[in-house]
Design a protein around this ligand. Structure first.
Ligand SMILES: Cc1ncc(COP(=O)(O)O)c(C=O)c1O
Length: 348
């Protein structure tokens, strides 16, 4: 099989684009002692009167060292949602190209495709919520530019088998995006360090989940230097603000906090899963590699509404393929999980 080069996969308009050059891009010398009159900023210092580093070099250096990749392999975005959109825009030609998603999966892939006028090819996961490799490859043609793998998958909560993912990366003639938003909760190894093996692989992660920083909006992207540079060309110049960059560096360096919170969430996940199995309305608890559980109940819609009346908001996922009568429970604190169990036990 002859496969297209990554360069061939990039949209022509993006390949030929001369990116915007910001004031901070143009002067990259030593800033010590310099008078900055180049960016039309307010000169009265508040600590935040200057534009942030558009390349987020300090943040990327920390990320590169933690993830064992080079700075050139990292892109930061305003949440991974921004990064996913950049990826689609960099590679998929509106009204012509298609991307493949594997339902049930994260809803934003379809929304991003819709916004960008990219057709969606859906290949359902199998009953164990694993990708059907042969079927995915069969449904791909010259216009399928991209495959989205969400692993661990939202909403099914499981990680995909590594061997299936590898077969897809090796045989799919296009870009394979692995969305690892929940990877910190999984016992499966991340694909971040496989970007050197596979030129068509892009891995995204986020500080919104395990790091507990959904409010600062920081998404991460790991890929070859060529892909990262291509995405960098089309990103808004100052997409990651100064406060986010500072806060993220602090959080990334505090491994103790991260690990202790992940451990607590994993302990709670196990306890909650066990407790749920003894509740009358619960029919099945799916195995989880994430910080949430997908749970089949007798009647998802009415249980969802009853829980709201008891002050607990969960997610009704029952309209998604393979998730009939399923609710999704995020793992909360010990007290929150106890409150959920108590409420579920009270339901008539
Ligand atoms: C699979 C998946 N990817 C990405 C995101 C969005 O992450 P971010 O907060 O970094 O935009 C979510 C959020 O729920 C998600 O479930």
């Amino acid at each position: 099989m002859t496969r297209r080069s990554i360069k061939e996969l990039v949209r022509t308009s993006v390949r030929d684009l001369k990116p915007y050059s910001s004031a901070r891009d143009e002067f990259q010398g030593d800033s010590n002692g310099m008078v900055f009159l180049d960016a039309n900023e307010n000169p009265f210092g508040s600590g935040l009167n200057r534009y942030p580093d558009p390349r987020q070099i300090k943040l990327k250096q920390v990320l590169a060292s933690i993830k064992h990749v080079a700075v050139e392999n990292v892109l930061c975005g305003n949440g991974s949602d921004e990064i996913l959109d950049l990826i689609v825009r960099a590679f998929c030609e509106p009204k012509r190209d298609k991307l493949v998603i594997l339902p049930p999966t994260y809803g934003m892939y379809k929304v991003i495709a819709g916004i960008n006028d990219i057709a969606v090819v859906s290949v359902n996961l199998n009953p164990e919520f694993q990708p059907e490799v042969e079927e995915i490859l069969k449904k791909s043609d010259a216009n399928t530019k991209m495959l989205f793998l969400c692993s661990p998958n939202n909403p099914s909560s499981n990680a995909f088998q590594r061997s299936r993912i590898e077969q897809l990366i090796m045989n799919f003639d296009g870009i394979v995006v692995i969305d690892e938003a929940y990877a910190d909760f999984s016992s499966e190894r991340s694909f971040v360090n496989d970007i050197h093996r596979f030129p068509n692989l892009i891995v995204t992660q986020t500080l919104s989940k395990a790091f507990g920083l959904a409010g600062i909006r920081l998404g991460l992207c790991f890929a070859s230097a060529f892909i990262i540079e291509t995405l960098h060309k089309i990103k808004p110049p100052y997409n990651v603000n100064a406060l986010t960059q500072q806060q993220a560096i602090t959080a990334l360096l505090d491994r103790e906090k991260l690990n202790s919170e992940i451990n607590l969430i994993l302990q709670q996940r196990e306890r909650l899963a066990n407790a749920l199995k003894n509740i009358k309305i619960v029919e099945h608890v799916f195995p989880s590699d994430s910080n949430f559980l997908l749970v089949k109940v007798d009647d998802a819609r009415s249980r969802y509404e009853q829980l709201i009346e008891l002050g607990i908001v969960v997610r009704d996922r029952s309209n998604l393929f393979g998730c009939e009568n399923c609710l999704r429970f995020t793992i909360g604190t010990t007290d929150e999980n106890k409150a959920l169990i108590k409420a579920l036990n009270e339901l008539k």
